[in-house]
Design a binder for this molecule. Structure first.
Ligand code: ADP
Length: 497
């Protein structure tokens, strides 16, 4: 056991704040690092101390290992939490932090290394009989060999970069004549984007659901799973809406996937918080995809249904404590949904739309959690991910969580940049989402700005019709002009933006 006295959070925005909040509850002081663009950010103001580590571009600040370790030395921080993104899955960073005598709040550099390569991860998992998508177990560069493999597994196939991440480095090949060019491109793209041209082939599952399992392990060999998160609503292979539990898992599949996830973690001697990702086909067979060796963006939904503060657990594990619970102590209470609110314009192909937050009013009330790093009047920097906030709703069941989410989206008052809130509301209302009958093709299948516009107009017409009925009954709750005014704040009339 090693007592942690001060934690430096090597990140920015909502996740930096989220980590600092747990540290504060544990009585541990925190240090923020920031770039020149983030001087007035909330994470800087929240921390007990703050150090500027360079200019706005991440490569000159948040990705500078030397500056972060220097900031630890300067402030006497004896532990580093990497958050997600930036250096969180960089084994060299974890190693250098440890070599400097500082606790890395995360898994060992060795675990990060193994799981950072999709192929090495599969090789480690194979020892435990984890179900895998049919495909090549190693990198493949020979076209003839690839052709034979693809014939065996059947088209469509997916060519994936071993070092890929964030939904990048994947290419679907529908038929054999697309293979030569597709493969060549995949290899050169992987080499230029990830510095490693290794690619492999997987059967492309046409109607998959993305279901991932949260695991926690201590440094004494204890491992548990904290159930699943359903992350099938994706845009370009990136998650936009997540929920826990999944609407379709049976207790048997949940237990089987939980066990497989723990086995994957065991395969690489894992400790800390991690996520084992699977895809599920239409027959509910699950296949291992990869493991993320850090806190996930969508971790709050797990916290809401289990009551476990994952960041506190990460800190305790890093300090060498044993897990204070066993698998049988964990259970699911209620249902949680998270939407990622981006400063992007859903009516314009989700193009980033930065600028000043002229109005910024968060939703509140029962079952609502907002993890963000902004306040009214702040500018959204162009240098980083355009995620404004994560809005999370908990309910006693899925239906209540969805209704709460709709209510919270309506309360969320943001003017200035366009946001994805209207799109999130579209999903909450969609029959396929509400019924639980959806897969990763949800957005490409159902979403166009016109559809959203039509749904919004229909709702406005419903409101207008209801008003007409009220007025004809001479039953006006408030002056009609106020209600129908298009200038009115959404706090007067709840309407979709
Ligand atoms: P990344 O590391 O880039 O996130 P993943 O392997 O986790 O890549 O896959 C991201 C997403 O891509 C999955 O959630 C799923 O939607 C899709 N995907 C990955 N592998 C397959 C596959 N074999 N068949 C169909 N979809 C897949």
């Amino acid at each position: 056991m090693r007592k942690i006295h001060k934690i430096l959070v090597a990140n920015r925005g909502e996740i930096a704040l989220r980590v600092m909040r747990s540290a504060r509850e544990m009585g541990i002081p925190t240090v923020a690092v920031y770039s020149e663009a983030d001087r007035r950010s909330l994470h800087v103001r929240y921390a007990d101390e703050a150090i500027c580590i360079g200019p706005a571009p991440s490569a000159e600040s948040y990705l500078r290992i030397d500056k972060i370790i220097g900031a630890c030395r300067l402030t006497g921080a004896d532990a580093v939490h990497p958050g997600y993104g930036f250096l969180s899955e960089n084994a060299t960073f974890a190693r250098k932090v440890q070599e400097a005598g500082i606790v890395f709040i995360g898994p060992s550099p060795e675990s990060i290394e193994v799981m950072g390569s999709k192929l090495a991860a599969k090789a480690a998992a194979a020892r435990y009989n984890i179900p895998m998508v049919p495909g090549t177990p190693a990198a493949i560069a020979d076209f003839e060999e690839a052709r034979l493999v693809c014939r065996q597994i059947g088209y469509p196939v997916l060519i994936k970069a071993s070092a890929g991440g964030g939904g990048k480095g994947m290419r679907v090949i529908g038929q054999e004549d697309e293979l030569p060019e597709g493969m060549q491109r995949a290899i050169s793209e992987a080499a230029s984007a990830f510095g490693d041209g290794s690619v492999f082939i997987e059967k492309y599952i046409t109607s998959p659901r993305h279901i991932e399992i949260q695991v926690l392990g201590d440094q004494h060999g204890n491992l548990v799973y904290l159930f699943e998160r359903e992350c099938s609503v994706q845009r370009r292979h990136q998650k936009v809406i997540e929920e826990a539990p999944s609407a379709i898992l049976t207790p048997e599949i949940r237990a089987a996937m939980g066990k497989s996830a723990v086995d994957v973690a065991r395969a690489c001697g894992y400790y800390g918080a991690g996520t084992v990702e699977f895809i599920l086909d239409e027959e509910k067979n699950y296949y291992f995809l990869e493991m993320n060796t850090r806190l996930q963006v969508e971790h709050p939904v797990t916290e809401m249904i289990t009551g476990v503060d994952l960041v506190k657990e990460q800190i305790k594990i890093a300090a060498g404590e044993k897990l204070s619970f066993r698998q049988e102590n964990l259970s699911i209470t209620g249902h949680a949904v998270e939407v990622r609110v981006y400063a992007e314009d859903p009516r314009n192909n989700f193009l980033p739309d930065t600028g000043r937050l002229q109005t910024y009013r968060r939703p509140q009330g029962p079952g609502i959690r907002v993890d963000d790093g902004f306040e009214q009047g702040m500018d959204i920097p162009i240098y980083y991910d355009p995620m404004l906030a994560k809005l999370i709703a908990w309910g006693k069941d899925r239906a209540e969580a969805i209704e709460r989410m709709k209510r919270a989206i309506d309360e969320y008052d943001i003017t200035g940049p366009e946001t994805t809130l209207s799109f999130c509301r579209f999903v909450m209302e969609h029959e396929a989402f509400r019924s639980g009958n959806f897969d990763t093709n949800f957005i490409s299948r159902y979403y166009t700005p016109e559809v959203q516009e039509r749904a919004a107009t229909e709702e406005e017409m419903d409101i207008a019709a209801a008003l007409a009925v009220m007025l004809s009954r001479n039953d006006t709750p408030q002056p009609a002009g106020q209600v129908t005014s298009s200038q009115g704040s959404k706090w007067k009339v709840t309407r979709r933006k």
